[in-house]
Design a protein around this ligand. Structure first.
Ligand code: GDP
Ligand code: ZN
Length: 365
């Protein structure tokens, strides 16, 4: 790999999130005359890849084994052939994070939806009463993916009283340890700058209930002009994307947004560690229980029940925690253990490596 190639690759792919760690992952392929690129759309065995040669269409036949979690997805960094008809995706670089959902089939199987996501934005509407249980469910999913969750309280213009708004933000903050909570009004523009600054550093996805304001938020971040440009640039020539395709879009303020309708209402899929992170204060209380395998039901010396009694831990939180764990157990019981083990092994390890690489990089600055 020549240094001019490296510089060219950096300037072309940096907007898509290319960094030194990806360059290192790609290095073994560089000498083979292959190109790195990011998958911006997947469509039945084919994908559109942003490369130094612009957006190219590539066939995924080489990298599509029977394992549904190994299928190329939007957000993947891949290695493509420099030409050919069709040109093929030769490999994908190990994922740092990934969103998986259970398919609707009886036997629960994972389906990969998006990868290499840094920020999982959970949109929660202030137009309705806060449903903290629902927020926790989305947070569990977000944590499980390896991405950093962020709660956006949308339609903040509907809560004009600053004190009332502050109270709602605080309510969600106590429900979401380790998570930033940002009130935003797409209507007034309030809070959009805060959100744009956060998403500028990486790849984001929008999660949340239908009607939460995700499309409006996406449009506000993209700017309507950009949305139009993206639509006419559609490689298919079919115009606007349909609900079955997924797209990775460049944000004018920096960063990328993966807007996949399939992701928006995604269900839990073996999110045990995600549930743990969502209820991190309960997990740390559990470390002080007398018995290591304490179920926090009626055991003596249970620090969790003690915290409920003193009011330190809302009983609603404990109940929600139990509910999500039970739900997760049911899903896990239906899921192929091999797939689970494999996906865990792959991206949890890579996630740790990716983060370590990022820390290293930041430390060098
Ligand atoms: P989605 O289903 O999550 O994509 O939600 P939409 O973006 O379609 O928004 C649902 C509804 O909320 C629409 O009627 C929007 O006009 C409205 N909405 C979105 N953002 C705001 C906002 O900031 N303020 C107010 N008042 N309404 C909003
Ligand atoms: Zn206990």
């Amino acid at each position: 790999m020549t240094s001019s190639f490296t510089a060219e690759t950096f300037s072309a792919l940096a907007p898509y999130g290319w960094d030194e760690a990806w360059a290192d992952e790609f290095a073994p392929y560089g000498s083979q005359d292959l190109l790195p690129g990011r998958v911006i759309r997947v469509d039945r065995g084919q994908c559109d890849v942003a490369t130094t040669d612009g957006v190219v269409r590539a066939d995924t036949a080489f990298v599509t084994p029977h394992d549904p979690l190994r299928v190329v997805c939007t957000g993947d960094w891949v290695v493509v052939e420099p030409g050919g008809n069709p040109r093929y995706v030769r490999a994908y670089l190990p994922r740092r994070t990934a969103f998986v959902r259970s398919t609707s089939s009886k036997r629960s199987e994972g389906q990969i939806l998006a990868s290499n996501v840094d920020h999982a934005i959970v949109a929660v509407s202030l137009a309705a009463e806060l449903d903290l249980g629902r927020v926790e469910r989305f947070l569990a999913l977000a944590w499980e993916s390896g991405a950093q969750p962020l709660v956006v309280l949308t339609k903040a213009d509907l809560v004009p009283d600053p004190a009332a708004l502050a109270y709602l933000v605080q309510d969600v903050e106590t429900t979401a340890p380790g998570v930033t909570v940002v009130p935003v009004s797409a209507r007034d523009g309030d809070g959009l700058d805060v959100l744009a600054a956060i998403v500028a550093g990486g790849t984001s996805v929008l999660l949340g209930q239908s009607g939460a304001g995700k499309s409006t938020l996406a449009n506000a971040l993209l700017g309507e002009d950009v949305m139009d440009v993206q639509a006419t640039r559609d490689v298919d020539g079919k115009g606007r994307h349909t609900t079955t395709t997924r797209n990775l879009l460049l944000l004018p303020g920096g960063g990328t947004l993966i807007d996949t309708p399939g992701l928006r209402g995604v269900g839990l899929w073996d999110a045990e560690s995600g549930v743990g992170q969502t209820f991190s204060e309960i997990e740390s209380l559990a470390g002080r229980c007398r018995f290591q395998d304490c179920a926090h039901e009626a055991e003596p010396g249970c620090a969790v029940l003690e915290a409920v009694e003193t009011g330190e831990l809302p009983v609603r939180r404990l109940e929600s925690y139990r509910k999500l764990l039970r739900e997760n157990e049911r899903i896990v019981a239906k899921t192929d253990a091999r797939l689970r083990a494999e996906i865990r092994k792959e991206w949890k390890r890579r996630g740790a490596e990716g983060r370590a690489a990022m820390d290293l990089k930041r430390g060098r600055h």
